[in-house]
Design a binder for this molecule. Structure first.
Ligand code: AHR
Length: 505
């Protein structure tokens, strides 16, 4: 949580950190990833058989190492829009028997060479947890139940035995399952009305939890600030003992998903756009409370959090999905990603999971070539946050000037502030981390820091020569620099930079 006090641009800013004011736990799953059968994310991304960089499973080892470096705790799969016509049975068993199928989200042919067992094996190699999305387009409840049984059951039953026949004796225990993806979208195969979706999601949730009460189900929301969100939350976040084995602490729906992409060719609009996501989280969290109050959900039932399972900088006109959505990220985009991550830290009390869309090649910080990987500008803030901004959110106040121009979307203005210094703070094992994004692309800010203790402050920064620079195979324009600060006097946050300061209490 952070509070903001606006001061004139020519006054000296100050930041006050209070390490004793611990607000809420930062879930490790805030640093989740997403791999969809789209563009070069799976084929040529995580799976590239025949490439010298791939292991005996066809998994790219440089990509695996990058996931490990980022400490990605959970990965969403197989879509995205792709899932609306995906039949998981096509992707299991001997590869020579798997049928190629027309793919209707991104208009291609899905070979089904990579499917459930390959993905789950890849997760085990990476050391990450899978998060599956169910087909609410052309899929059936029977098929969804079959998939959960295949992955999680240790019974002597059909799909559990099919898994054994396919070479996997013990269950995979996939915990997270999404009840469809963007079912509200006109681009979606099998688009639903909110009324039809809520009815279907609720009935599927009941059946899925009867089969496996250990799973967590994620409701398909929209942006978090829409009437779709309000309706499906109200209809599905209830107190219903059916399907829960009489438990008074469990619920059919465990999290509510929202998706937002931000982007603007104008740097100030680009860097402030993630503030819309912050307001969306607050609004959706409020809607969850309304549903719990009006539906009489007892406090013993764990409060449903937000699963922000698609977020990033993406302009689909600049990088169309049908062409693989290979965005080239600038320093401006890296700062926008840093503001996105600050949003999740500030709002940690409401965030159960967040998965960046996506993790390889498609709108991704990580790109593959045949010869290796390229870390885009957006990789660096993600790496620093995943490394340092864990543990618990602590209170911080920033006094600074504010960007007061137009925003994208326009409604940000009037709904939430857009300070030049965007901050969040965390404490983990007695070490305080303060993340400061100076979004101003022309001004350094000499800042008074209050609450910093110790003379040995680590300084980790992401910056570049100007906000338009990008990283390529041959040149890394944006990266991390490390230094020390003695904690004395004022600290200068350079123009267009992310700085993480760290000190021991
Ligand atoms: O992440 C790319 C696409 O964006 C996903 O498939 C879809 O869910 C969203 O519209």
């Amino acid at each position: 949580m952070a509070t903001f006090t606006r001061i004139p641009d020519d006054e000296r800013p100050s930041i006050t950190v209070d390490p004793s004011a611990v607000i809420s736990k930062i879930e490790d799953n805030t640093y989740g990833g997403f791999t969809e059968h789209m563009g070069r994310c799976i084929y040529g991304g995580i799976y590239d058989p025949g490439n010298p960089l791939s292991d005996e499973n066809g998994f790219r080892t440089d990509v695996i190492d990058a996931f490990k470096e980022l400490k990605v705790p959970v990965v969403r799969y197989p879509g995205g829009n792709f899932v609306a016509t995906y039949h998981w049975l096509d992707g299991v068993g001997p590869k020579e028997n798997r049928p190629p199928r027309p793919e209707l989200a991104w208009i291609g042919t899905e070979s089904n060479e990579f499917g459930t067992d390959e993905f789950l094996k890849w997760c085990e190699v990476v050391g990450t947890e899978p998060y599956f999305c169910l087909n609410f387009g052309t899929g059936t409840l029977d098929e969804a139940l079959g998939w959960v049984e295949y992955c999680n059951s240790d019974r002597n039953s059909y799909y559990a035995n099919l898994r054994r026949k396919n070479g996997r004796e013990k269950p995979y225990n996939v915990k997270y399952w999404a009840l469809g993806n963007e079912c509200w979208g006109p681009w979606q195969v099998g688009q639903l009305t909110k009324e039809d979706y809520a009815k279907q999601a609720y009935q599927w949730a009941k059946a899925l939890k009867l089969l496996d009460p250990s799973i967590e189900l994620i409701l398909c929301g929209e942006t978090g600030h829409s009437s779709w969100d309000a309706y499906v939350i109200k209809e599905c976040i209830k107190f219903d003992l059916h399907g829960l084995g009489g438990s008074t602490t469990a619920s059919l729906v465990d999290m509510h998903s929202i998706h937002i992409y931000t982007a603007s060719p104008d740097h100030n609009k680009n860097a402030t756009a993630p503030r819309s996501a912050e307001r969306a989280i607050q609004i959706a969290a409020g809607m969850i409370d309304v549903a719990r109050i009006e539906n009489g959900v007892p406090p013993s039932v764990r409060r449903q959090k937000i699963c922000f399972d698609e977020w990033n900088v993406w302009d689909p006109v600049r990088a169309p999905g049908e062409e693989g959505a290979e965005e080239k990220y600038t320093l401006s985009d890296a700062l926008a990603v840093a503001v996105w991550l600050n949003v999740f830290i500030r709002q940690s009390q409401h965030i159960g999971m967040a998965t960046i869309a996506q993790s390889v090649n498609v709108i991704s910080p990580l790109m593959t070539t045949k010869e290796g990987i390229v870390k885009q500008s957006t990789w660096w803030p993600l790496l620093l946050f995943s490394e340092f901004m864990r543990g618990s959110t602590i209170a911080v106040n920033v006094r600074s000037g504010e960007y007061l121009g137009d925003t994208e979307p326009a409604w940000i203005r009037g709904a939430i502030e857009t300070p030049w210094l965007d901050v969040s703070a965390a404490i983990n094992d007695g070490v305080v981390s303060l993340a400061v994004v100076n979004i101003n692309d022309t001004k350094d800010f000499e800042t008074e820091l209050r609450g910093v203790s110790g003379k040995d402050v680590e300084v980790h920064s992401v910056n570049g020569t100007d906000v338009t620079v990008v990283n390529t195979e041959s040149k890394q324009e944006v990266g991390i620099t490390e230094s020390k600060w003695d904690g004395e006097g004022l600290f200068t946050f350079p123009k267009h930079s992310l700085t993480i300061l760290r000190w021991k209490l």
